[in-house]
Write a protein that binds this ligand. Sequence first.
Ligand code: ADP
Ligand code: MG
Length: 251
Amino acid sequence: MQDAVISHLNHNELMSCVEKCIHKGSSFAQPSIFLFHQNGKAFAYKTFSQKFSLARLLWGAVSLKKEFKVLKKLLPVSGVPKVYYFVSNFGYVMEYLEAERIPRRRFVSSAAQPEREKIIEISSEEKSNLSPEFFDKAMNILIEIHKRGVAHCDIRRNNILVGRGETPIFIDFATAFVRNEGSNFIRQKIFNYLCKVDRITLVKIKASYFPGSITKDEKILISSVPFYLRFGRFLRQKIYRPLKKIFKKRK
Ligand SMILES: Nc1ncnc2c1ncn2[C@@H]1O[C@H](COP(=O)(O)OP(=O)(O)O)[C@@H](O)[C@H]1O
Ligand SMILES: [Mg+2]
C-alpha cells in the first residue's frame, strides 16, 4: 500500500473533495462510488454515506469492511483495484480505475431459427477491442486470486472491467469467500467448490461472446455446471427474457 504518498482523510473531508459520483447505489444494500483527486492522483471512494444511517451501520460498514479486507489480501495481484485505507464506519478509498465495462452483446434472430435468439456481435454502440484473449487473461488473474485464498462468488459481466491495453480487472468482492491458513476441511471444500463455480461462470461468459474460441478443457469445465447454475439459466432464458419481451411490446 502506498500509504506514505497519500494522507488519510475522514469522511467529511473526502466528501468535500468529491468531483463526481461514478456509481450511484440504487438500493439500501448498494454503496455509491465517488471520484476525487489528491496530489494530482485520482482515487475512488466507495461508501454508503448517502443511505440512511441504520442501513449503513447494520449492513454497509460491515460489508465494505469485509470487501476492504479481501482487497487488501489481494494487493499483490494485478487485475484487482488497489485499496489504500478504510474510513471508519463509512467505506474505503481505492485506486481510480481508467476502465470500461465489458460491452453488451447484441442479440439478433437468426434466419434459420427465427424463434431463437443468437449472439451475432458485440453492440457497436459500445466501443471495444474485446477478444477471446481478454477472457484468457481474466482466467489467469482469477486463478491468481484463488491462489491467494479468495473465491470471488459474483463473477458476471458488470464485475469485470476492461482496463488500458485490454487488461481485465475484477471488481466487487463484497460477497467473496475467504479461505485462511487455518481453515478447516469443510471450509476448504466449500472454497474449492466456489472457485470452480467462479471459473465455470467466467468460461460461460467467454463462450457467450466467442463461442468458437472455447477450448476442449473449457468445454469439459462448463459441462460440469452445478444444478443451481443451470436453474439460474433456466429462469433467465425461459422466464425472465420472455417476460421482459412482453413488457417491452406493451410499452
Ligand atoms: N475503483 C474504481 N474506479 C473506477 N470506477 C469504479 C471503481 N470501482 C467500481 N467502479 C465503477 O462502479 C461500478 C460499480 O462498482 P461495484 O464495485 O461493482 O459496485 P456494486 O457493489 O454496487 O456492484 C462499476 O461497474 C464501475 O463502473
Ligand atoms: Mg457490482
